[in-house]
Design a protein around this ligand. Structure first.
Ligand SMILES: [Zn+2]
Length: 366
């Protein structure tokens, strides 16, 4: 939900001054105060627009607006006024092109008779449009995967607060940010993690904050808009998810994982990145491998056809081949038995928890 719902309660405009002419009028002719729910530009999160983009400001009682002022910072020196044509506004919206000189800050709406109102939220004015081409839209990356999101740029005389931000498309939230280089070429490479966890699946944008927008230029070929998936479904072929009681967590016999079936020999991949903690054979587990994630949780993949090529102590990325599905050890039918353990991990003091919700989610994603 990118746009917040419009309501009187979310009114963001406050009437700042009632013009003398109207006040003296006995009250009968005072127009109702304009209110604004949200201002936004296509493909951008709410309250964010690029210079040159068409901005839509939605609200109520907006028909009398004669001009808009992009206020920028506290001083009036950077104010940029836009006169509105008669067609630019109607009672519920104002549409205007964001001027090239506009700076981030609140926006003031001025009526023809001198009344004005200012948004409660500041507009983020950025330089770059989010990419809209199909290739860029359909790009899918996996958190912890081999392919990373890359954003490169040229900076001149960067201010200290200039940053590159990773923004979640659904709500416009900045999930991560990186300082931009002072000058010259810089690059941000994002693996889709926020702290020690893969970020939620969804559309993300990489772009400058408003400070950097005026002193840096994004280079061609940068990943400015893409899908980031939180993980990879580990069975890379047709499969059936755990269903019967015996295949589920607990399973009436202290089953510590969940069992998912596929044809013998189906490739098996790490669902997320981590470091290989164990790679061994055991009578019950068969050929198994345990991968430990940076947050201390670990994942055990069991009953593989042969010992995994993934060496203990080495890093694996999401989607890396771990082996093939089989029925080695104590298994009936070729399947993946996958265990999820809380930190500090598998037989290191963590405890197992149900892996089915994660498997269901990943199955839908990849
Ligand atoms: Zn099992």
């Amino acid at each position: 939900m990118a746009l917040r719902r419009l309501s009187v309660a979310s009114a963001a405009l406050l009437l700042c001054a009632v013009p003398a002419a109207l006040a003296a009028d006995g009250g009968t002719g005072v127009p109702p105060a304009p209110t604004v729910g949200v201002a936004s530009c296509a493909l951008q999160p709410a309250w964010t627009c690029a210079r040159g983009q068409l901005m839509t400001l939605r609200g109520e009682n907006l028909e009398a607006a004669a001009s808009l002022t992009f206020l920028g910072d506290a001083s009036s020196k950077d104010n940029v006024v836009v006169k509105l044509s008669a067609r630019a506004s109607n009672p519920t919206q104002i549409r205007v092109t964001v001027p090239k000189r506009a700076r981030s800050g609140r926006v003031r709406i001025e009526g023809s008779t001198g009344e004005s109102a200012t948004t409660s939220e500041a507009m983020r004015v950025v330089n770059n449009l989010p990419a809209t081409d199909e290739a860029s839209n359909s790009k899918k990356l996996i958190a912890g995967g081999k392919r990373r999101a890359r954003f490169s740029y040229d900076a001149t005389d960067a201010a200290a607060e200039g940053r590159v931000e990773a923004i979640r498309g659904t709500d416009g939230k900045v999930v991560r940010s990186w300082p931009i280089v002072k000058s010259g070429r810089g690059e941000v490479v994002w693996n889709g993690f926020v702290g020690k966890r893969p970020t939620k699946s969804g559309t993300y944008l990489l772009r400058f904050n408003s400070v950097a927008a005026s002193s840096a230029k994004v280079r061609k070929g940068s990943d400015t808009r893409f899908e980031m998936l939180e993980g990879f479904f580990p069975i890379r072929g047709k499969h059936t998810l755990a269903r019967s009681a015996a295949q589920l967590f607990g399973g009436g016999r202290g089953h510590q994982g969940t069992d998912h079936f596929a044809r013998c020999g189906t490739p098996l991949a790490a669902w997320t990145s981590g470091v290989v903690q164990y790679n061994a054979y055991q009578g019950a587990a068969g050929n198994y491998v345990v991968v430990r994630r940076s947050n201390g949780e670990s994942y055990a993949y069991m009953h593989m056809r042969e010992r995994s090529p993934a060496k203990v102590g080495t890093k694996v990325f999401a989607g890396q081949r771990l082996g093939h599905l089989s029925d080695s050890g104590d298994a009936q039918g070729c399947h993946l038995h996958i265990e999820l353990w809380t930190a500090p991990g598998w037989y290191k003091g963590g405890r197992p928890y149900d892996s089915l919700p994660l498997m269901k989610r990943l199955d839908k994603l990849s």
